[in-house]
Each structure stands twice: as structure tokens, then as C-alpha cells.
Design a protein around this ligand. Sequence first.
Ligand code: BGC
Length: 258
Amino acid sequence: MGPPQAPQSSTEVLGFDVGGSGIKAGVVDLTAGRLITERMRYPTPQPATPVAVTKLISAMTDEFSWAGTVGVAVPAIIRKGVIYSAANIDKAWIGDRASRRISRALGRKVSVINDADAAGLAEMHYGAGRRFNKGVVILLTFGTGIGSAIFVDGELLPNSELGHLKLEGSDAEHWASAKAREDGRLSWKRWGARVNRYLQHVEFLLSPDLFIVGGGVSRQSELFLPYLDTRAKIVTATLRNRAGIVGAAWQARYRGET
Ligand code: BGC
């Protein structure tokens, strides 16, 4: 590993996506919304405490020899750099000043954003939502949990948590996430019916014009899209497992923290 390189240009940003099972990263070219390096992935340390995750982010930044701007997406509510929830990460994150912690470790200002908000920003700027700068768009990511990002005329309403709407007596994400399908060994049809019920509930509450379905399952959307039926148009996310990384990079460069 050589000395840290100066970034090629200010439109190149290192993005991180911290998930329950893996921490993914790559250098993003923001003019195109594309990764210009390999996507690096390490298993999330267990327990995924702030100290352990920050250490890995720091080591991965070194592995990229990256001295430029860094953005990080986390599966939690984050306001002004402080974490307020931890449904699928270590509870030690609650109350943690994540931005300050990671900024200190990396020796530069790092912006931290919710993972679904990051994926939403990426899809709105470069992917499935790129032509929808009018009206209400809701991106939902189906993974370990259900993440959400709400856009009105292209502007993000940060930190929505629609995965925690109550449905069937518990949080919707316990019932309709991709993990719920795997854990319950549900057929695509049965899981699709659950997702449809959930989407119809969200539609009743917020009347979006468009749903973008994201998360790992978006790769296999032809298996469950036939079971979804809403007034709003439904499309599949296009950036796949890169959306969180690209969105984390985008917000670090153009938006800053909420
Ligand atoms: C968390 C959200 C997160 C989503 C997807 C939910 O359990 O509460 O903040 O965006 O999972 O990771």
C-alpha cells in the first residue's frame, strides 16, 4: 500500500454502504453515477459496534489508498451526524455521533446518511427515478429489513422509516422483507402477496405516483412483480447492489448531512 493518493477530481468520491452482513465500498464517478473501482466487500464485524465498524471503514479507505471525499450509508435514522435507531445493527449505535467518530478516524469530514435514503438519491439521479422530478416517488428496499426513501418533486424527505409501519401485528419489515421470505421459506407468490399488501397500505397513506422496488431482491423482480398491483406505477431499481454506495458518495459531494 503506497501513500494516500489525491483524488483524480472532486467528482470522484469513495462511498460506503454498511449492511447487516457486509460493508461494501467503491469509488464513484459522480458525473456518470458509476463505480470506477471494483466493489470491495468485507463481512460486517460481529458484534457490529461503532468501534469495530469504524475500524473496518478506516482499513478499507486505506486499502483504496483514498485521500479524497468519503460518504457512508448506514441502516439507521441519522440526524445531524447522530444515530437514533438500530433495528438491524448493534444497539451500541444509538446515540453515537457517527459522523464525528468516522471523520476523526479518517482525518477528514465524512457525511453519513441512512442507507435507503442513499439508495433513493442514487436511483433518482442515475437510475429508475431519473425522469421523475415531479410528484411523489417512494423507493423501498427489501433486504434484512425494509428501508424507505420518499421524494417530492425530486426532493428527499429524509429518515422515513416505512419498514416499521405496523402490519399483521408487527413491523412490516418482519413480515414482508426479503429476510422474512427466506426465513419463512415463502414462495415468490406468497411473499409477493405480502409485499402487495404492504405497498397498498403505503399507497393508501401517501398516494405516491411511483414506487421503486430496490434491495437485493430487485435482481429477481420478474418472480414477484406479477403479484403487485397498485394505482402507482411500480418499477425496479436499476443500480442494484451499488445504489447505497453511489448515494452515499452523492450526498457527501452535493448534499451534506441533514
Ligand atoms: C432500518 C432503516 C433501514 C432499513 C434498511 C430498517 O430496519 O430501520 O433505517 O433503512 O432497515 O436497511
